[in-house]
Design a protein around this ligand. Sequence first.
Ligand code: DQA
Length: 152
Amino acid sequence: MKILVIHGPNLNLLGTRETSMYGSETLEEINNTLSELALKLGVELSVFQSNSESAIIERIHDCLSSGIKGLVINPAAYGHTSIAIRDALLATALPFVEVHLTNVHSREEFRRKTYLSDIARGVVVGFRSKSYELGLLGLVHSLDKADDEVLK
Ligand code: DQA
């Protein structure tokens, strides 16, 4: 089963970017940990980072032709602004988990709304890099089970 992880804008700077907020792990370290977890879960993982909204949208479109079965996405600031990324996810109808390193609900007012949360299969916020691991676990679990079983 193929899963795609998408990292949005400025996440390429993890490791040096506002470390008291986002932690000191680099994106490469996070991706390596995710790849190890994917191996244990028996899923094939691809990762993609872009600072460009259009590149993210195009990568989401490509999911159908490349056989991706679900996504873990940290949309970063685009989560709070991009109806276009929401529409791209709706267009593919693929299940996805939205993740954020920080608890966006405990920060500025404008971070409390995201355009993805209500259409996500699940949302994980506030556990720094662990948010990604928990998101991947939740996604794979939900894809492996019937929906009603996931809720038990
Ligand atoms: C973030 C939270 C967003 O509000 C912010 O714009 C980011 C990172 C997070 O992972 O906590 O760039 O998505």
